[in-house]
Write a protein that binds this ligand. Structure first.
Ligand code: KG4
Ligand code: ZN
Length: 397
């Protein structure tokens, strides 16, 4: 009987990660090398630099994951790797290394969709908190994957040990995390902006600036148009209920207009050196005020409140329409404090179960990749030897 040890490798964006997970339930190690310092001065991820950094980090990160888990390559039962969606060059570093390891060790290779990985971050968390004894129900769950590259709603359905996914909704343009990052940049805050906005929003008035989200136009209006997003290619937008479609590029423009109208540009630019000196987001009101005047804090709080309100409105509407008794919220933006509080309160009010990954499992990691690979390992679904990167790999139907 194999121990069920899977080495997961993730390199789809700006994190090089490796993890060893036993039977999709017990994390023996999870190592994440972040490239934030490399991309910081460019205010976003530079794909060429990301590939170079992955090449530098992949061998030490995998070694560290094995060492921390107290295992060797010979103990492994399979190797899992993210095959998409993500940056082509970045994905290829992980895929090539995983293939080489699998070939040398004569181990099966399992290709994992990054979005499925995010969903399994929640399932891994649930299984590990019940010591692997978590009885997986047959109940479908509505999963909101909300990160820097994606804002997708899926209906996730367990079926014979594996999972099936149906796309319910998605963003037509920017992902929610992208909006956090772009608004942060505009306000002179560091990349990635999510954690800064999260920390600063606590000290502002969320009702100071009334941002509004318009209802997305009807199917007929959209026709068969492809979405403008860089994210995964999926079923035509026209096939989706417009009530479950998102759009976050408008609020970014609204913040920009507000900044210009209230002459906040110079103040934002002057913040950059102070923000870099601070190094990490402020934790007290005093520190927040030293970095941003109250009107900026109010703008940040209002922006965050509006984005989370829109995510909530559509997610709960989809849960109601699909009669889903369970919601999983995952991806980098799921680390957001206000998001967790408001989703949890609304779920309790409606009598719906809700689950999030731990903060470390919310953002990109490889434990979620190894966990998502477990049902595929059991089902014998292995990758072909010619596996390659698919930057716009879709999940589900
Ligand atoms: O899942 P992730 O690590 O990478 C992608 O697959 O995109 O998500 C990164 C995104 C970034 O846009 C970052 O700003 C956002 O997640 N993020 C947050 C928070 N922590 C990370 N957004 C809001 N609040 C946070 N606390
Ligand atoms: Zn991700």
């Amino acid at each position: 009987m194999p121990r069920g040890l899977i080495l997961g490798i993730e390199s789809s964006c700006d994190e090089t990660a490796a993890a060893v997970v036993e039977r999709g339930a017990r994390t023996l190690s999870s190592v994440v090398a972040s490239q934030i310092a490399t991309h910081l001065r460019y205010g976003g991820v530079v794909p060429e630099l990301a590939s170079r950094e992955h090449l530098r980090a992949i061998v030490p990160v995998v070694r560290a994951a094995l060492a921390e888990a107290g295992v060797t390559l010979a103990d492994l039962d399979a190797i899992a790797v993210t095959s998409g969606p993500g940056l082509a060059g970045a994905l290829l570093v992980g895929i090539t290394y995983a293939k080489a390891l699998a070939f040398a060790q004569v181990l099966p290779l399992i290709a994992v969709n990054h979005l499925e990985g995010h969903i399994h971050a929640v399932l891994l968390q649930e299984r590990s908190s019940t010591n692997g004894r978590h009885a997986e129900t047959d109940e479908p769950a509505l999963a909101l994957v909300v990160s820097g590259g994606h804002t997708h709603l899926y209906l996730a359905q367990p079926s014979d040990g594996t999972w099936q996914y149906a796309l319910i909704g998605r963003t037509l343009d920017d992902a929610a995390g992208e909006a956090f990052d772009k608004v942060a940049k505009l306000l002179g805050l560091a990349y990635p902006g999510g954690p800064w906005i999260d920390a600063l929003a606590r000290f502002g008035n969320p009702h100071a600036v009334p941002f509004a989200f318009a209802q997305i136009k009807t199917k007929a209006h959209l026709g068969g148009k492809a979405p403008r997003t860089k994210a995964a290619k999926t079923a035509p937008i026209a096939a989706l209920d417009p009530h479950f479609l998102f759009s976050f590029s408008g609020i970014k423009t609204a913040v920009l207009r507000y900044v210009e109208l209230h002459s906040m540009r110079e103040e934002a630019a002057a913040r950059v050196p102070r923000m870099l000196a601070a190094g990490r987001p402020p934790q007290t009101k005093e520190d927040a005020l030293a970095l941003c005047p109250q009107p900026t804090l109010d703008l940040i709080a209002s922006f965050q409140h509006a984005v989370i309100g829109d995510l909530m409105k559509k997610t709960f509407a989809a849960a109601e329409s699909l009669d889903a008794g369970r919601i999983l919220v995952t991806g980098g933006v799921a680390a957001n404090r206000e998001l967790r509080e408001r989703f949890t309160a609304e779920a309790a009010r409606r009598g719906i179960q809700i689950a999030f990954p731990t903060l470390a499992l919310s953002t990109d990691n490889a434990a979620m990749i190894a966990a998502a690979a477990w049902p595929r390992f059991v089902a014998g679904e292995f990758a072909a030897p010619d596996l390659t990167a698919d930057p716009s790999l879709a999940l589900g139907r």
